[in-house]
Design a protein around this ligand. Structure first.
Ligand SMILES: Cc1cc2nc3c(=O)[nH]c(=O)nc-3n(C[C@H](O)[C@H](O)[C@H](O)COP(=O)(O)OP(=O)(O)OC[C@H]3O[C@@H](n4cnc5c(N)ncnc54)[C@H](O)[C@@H]3O)c2cc1C
Length: 479
């Protein structure tokens, strides 16, 4: 397989020379394991490389730059949009061996880590000094900070605490010509030059390979209270979201679940709900015990009006965990389905949430596709899971049409087509719905400055200047 690499055996030998032969893999099993992410899209790379330090990544990019080899940065491989899926003849650069905590400094409230550290391990480290790393994607137990930075990952807590970008103080990266850069600073303030750190966060591996990151930490909230509210319809639940957002309280999390989500919950959760339940809100309040308890009482009073048919407050850790487990089990339940899940992450202003949910239901009925919707309602960010029979070309086509209509509706409501997953390859056909040709050209120019030969994760995040119809056909033809 190595022969498919530009430069063939000579390039392989160069990689082995800088990394050692035991960090350069071309065997069929490894190539297959690194051919996909959490989407069904697959493409085997020519080689998988496992750098052990920043200098290794620098050497890899320098070799690739000389030989024009496409590099696919990869961390945990849990991405939902095909971002870490290789292109033919490419080298996957897996950061997973680079998982050291370089510096943990509680006094400065920061931690510097290598890009391959598992996200949950950062919070574990912070916990030892009463600190907290808030971004918590549902995949925290196996995704890695490099991937989180590249996708600007978020999660339920982003309502109160913000997203990955809000915690990145500085980065160490290698850009497309093999040059190393250090961006940002170690202080909580800094305004020298352009903010390259924020530009690289969310750039999906197309501008630079992140090798190290300095992250901001915050004090750990000692206590939390969870409230579950049941409604007879989704629009009442969306009004509940607005009630919360109009109050002086900012919950750590405010999640919405529609009737289809409730239908796939485990039997004991469903039995604990009134039979008329068609939508749920889960609200988490944190702070010191008194503060969280007072906020919970205030919100419960506000939410317990005629439209809410059931309201449960979980005060203990175990009770809370039980309520949240029902929410986290949803992704796993959908994954077990015989249908393929197309998982979207659209966002609208919270005041338009009810219209979005109504539109999703109209589209699901029109295209006769099962759709399960849940997500981070406090951010207006819903996961719209379109469940498709993978053996049916007609269903795939209807799903593609539905996506087009969904994204158009989201944009008409003042929203964005991706809140946290990014574009990867899966959403390339739709980027031009949101961004003007002028903006796209500027972005292509920035890409060329960082990556003059276009070797860093080609064909991801920013569509090239071929027509939207080209991407439409390319994607629907291969998905
Ligand atoms: C069950 C489940 C739940 C999820 N829940 C959430 C959620 O709540 N919130 C959320 O935001 N996402 C969620 N995701 C999506 C996914 O976990 C995130 O996008 C995550 O940030 C990807 O991290 P990763 O380490 O797996 O990256 P990968 O999948 O390996 O890569 C993702 C992208 O980042 C690039 N990349 C990876 N490492 C680097 C690097 N070092 N330098 C430059 N570019 C790099 C890749 O090329 C690719 O484009 C979920 C996924 C699953 C399967």
């Amino acid at each position: 397989m190595g022969d498919r690499l530009h430069g063939g055996q000579d390039t392989l030998a160069a990689f082995k020379h800088v990394l050692g032969a035991d960090r350069v893999y071309t065997d069929p099993v490894t190539l297959s394991l690194y051919s996909s992410d959490d989407t069904p899209r697959r493409c085997e790379p020519a080689v998988v490389l496992f750098p052990a330090c920043h200098a290794d990544v620098e050497a890899i990019v320098q070799i690739a730059y000389q030989s024009s080899i496409s590099l696919i940065p990869r961390s945990g491989g849990s991405g939902n949009v095909g971002g870490a899926v290789p292109v033919p003849g490419s080298a996957v650069v897996s950061l997973e061996c680079m998982r050291r905590v370089i510096e943990f400094n509680p006094g400065e409230r920061l931690v510097s880590v290598e890009a391959g550290i598992v996200t949950a391990d950062i919070d574990q480290c912070a916990h030892t000094a009463g600190l907290f790393y808030p971004p918590n994607p549902g995949s925290s137990a196996y995704c890695r900070i490099g991937g989180n930075i590249a996708t600007n990952a978020a999660g339920p807590r982003s309502l109160k605490y913000g997203v990955t970008r809000d915690y990145v103080l500085g980065l160490r990266v290698v850009v497309g010509n093999g040059q190393s850069l250090t961006t940002g600073c170690r202080t909580s303030k800094g305004v020298v030059g352009y903010d390259l750190t924020r530009l690289i966060v969310g750039s999906e591996g197309t501008l630079a390979i992140v090798t190290e990151a300095t992250l901001r930490l915050v004090p750990r909230p000692p206590s939390s209270v969870t409230i579950r509210v049941a409604y007879v319809d989704a629009s009442a639940a969306c009004r509940g979201v607005l009630q919360v957002m109009c109050s002086p309280i900012t919950p750590a999390a405010l999640e919405f679940l529609d009737d289809q989500s409730i239908a796939i919950m485990d039997a004991s959760t469903r039995e604990s709900l009134p039979s008329r339940t068609k939508a749920l809100l889960l609200v988490e309040l944190d702070g010191d015990a008194q503060e969280a308890g007072r906020a919970a009482t205030l919100l419960a009073d506000a939410l317990a009006d005629d439209s809410a048919i059931d309201l449960v407050i979980a005060h203990t850790h175990d009770e809370s965990a039980q309520l949240w487990e029902a929410r986290s089990a949803l992704s796993r339940a959908l994954k077990r389905s015989s249908r393929r899940k197309i998982n979207e992450d659209v966002v609208v202003p919270v005041s338009h949430l009810a219209e979005l949910v109504a539109e999703i239901n109209v589209l699901a009925a029109r295209h006769t596709l099962p759709v399960v919707t849940f997500g981070h309602a406090g951010n207006g960010n819903l996961h719209v899971n379109i469940m498709v029979d993978p053996t049916s070309v007609a269903e795939e086509r209807r799903a593609h049409e539905m996506l087009h209509e969904l994204f158009s509706a989201v944009l008409a409501l003042g929203g964005t087509i991706s809140g946290e997953h990014g574009i990867g390859t899966e959403k390339l056909p739709f980027v031009a719905l949101e961004q003007t040709p002028h903006v796209l050209n500027l972005e292509r120019g920035i890409k060329t400055l960082f990556d003059p030969r276009g070797i860093l994760n080609p064909g991801k995040a920013i569509p090239d200047d071929r027509s939207p119809e080209h991407w439409d056909t390319a994607i629907s033809g291969t998905a």
